[in-house]
Design a protein around this ligand. Structure first.
Ligand SMILES: [Zn+2]
Length: 305
């Protein structure tokens, strides 16, 4: 073989030929699956592949940090809390595209959700990707008037690209894109009243009720007209707010959950009262994402075995 590399005209030809053959052989090797993988003291055979499989990640959970850039980064990298991604106050750009900070590998659990529940599942750290956005949250003045801090346009642009990519890769259902306050309504307010859920839903990120369905369910009532608490409690539980009491009474837990729901789907009025519009929105969501989608329930089942 060695003489083929000698620099005669024919040698040059042969060498080019050999390189081409070797490239083909290498490509062939790469395309063939690795059947036997050597590991520490044993081999793993990759000869067979199961079909009954789905992604571990089912949820995308959005937060605000209620801290500035430096404090957010320090807390999320040094303390016992973390998130897969952090979007800074003013995301940098690289070649015209926003830069987000990835703090945790997507295959690992980040510690962002805490005690949490959604639609029969708890501890959503197990099954979610968490995104923290630098935002001050809110401040209350002495008269308890609450001021919420708006998100920056560049943050929403970065979030949109990031969330779309995650949703696409893990096939996350719209109604599984949630705020921290949705999965922990008794103790969390983030991502807050000014998070643009409606706008994001128009970009394919998260759930939103159909306008026509909301007005049909309103059935001529005034939006602020009182509604039956037990009906709303039932609808919110069916939609996913597992911890809402089913008492028929507007107790504190119910009000907090209603307020969390309103922050997501009707940020103009987050009073926590059981009004007709809240009921109409909840019903529209249940109709769209629960009752009209029996297939989603089947696909979601992973209890076999
Ligand atoms: Zn949070």
């Amino acid at each position: 073989m060695e003489q083929l590399y000698l620099s005669s005209d024919s040698g040059f030809f042969h060498r080019k030929f050999l390189i081409a053959v070797m490239a083909l052989l290498l490509a062939g090797c790469a395309a063939r699956p690795v059947m036997m993988e050597k590991r520490a003291g044993y081999y793993a055979s990759h000869r067979f592949t199961a079909t009954g499989v789905n992604e571990r990640v089912r949820f995308l959970v959005i937060h605000y940090t209620a801290l500035d850039d430096a404090q957010s980064l320090r807390t999320l990298t040094k303390d016992q809390v973390s998130a897969h991604y952090l979007i800074p106050d003013a995301p940098a750009s690289q070649q015209g595209e926003p830069v987000v900070l990835q703090l945790v590998d997507e295959n690992k659990r980040a510690w962002h959700a805490g005690v949490s529940n959604w639609r029969g599942r708890s501890n959503l750290n197990d099954s979610s990707i968490g995104i923290e956005i630098v935002n001050q949250g809110y401040t209350d003045d002495m008269l308890e008037n609450r001021t919420w801090y708006p998100y920056k346009e560049k943050q929403i642009a970065a979030l949109t690209a990031l969330a779309k990519d995650i949703i696409e890769r893990y096939q996350i259902a719209p109604d599984n894109v949630l705020g921290h306050s949705d999965i922990a309504p008794l103790r969390k307010q983030d991502p807050g009243r000014l998070f643009p859920w409606e706008r994001l839903s128009a970009s394919g990120i998260g759930a939103w009720p159909d306008k026509d369905a909301v007005s049909r369910n309103l059935a001529g009532r005034k939006p602020e007209a009182p509604a039956d608490v037990s009906v709303i409690q039932g609808l919110l539980k069916e939609y996913g707010y597992d911890q809402i009491p089913q008492s028929g009474v507007l107790d504190q837990d119910t009000r907090k959950t209603l307020s969390a729901f309103q922050m997501h789907f009707r940020p103009e009025n987050i009073s926590g009262y059981a009004d007709a519009e809240t009921e109409a929105i909840a019903k529209a969501l249940v109709e769209k994402y629960r009752r009209a989608a029996p297939l989603a329930v089947t696909r979601d089942s992973d209890n076999a075995g």
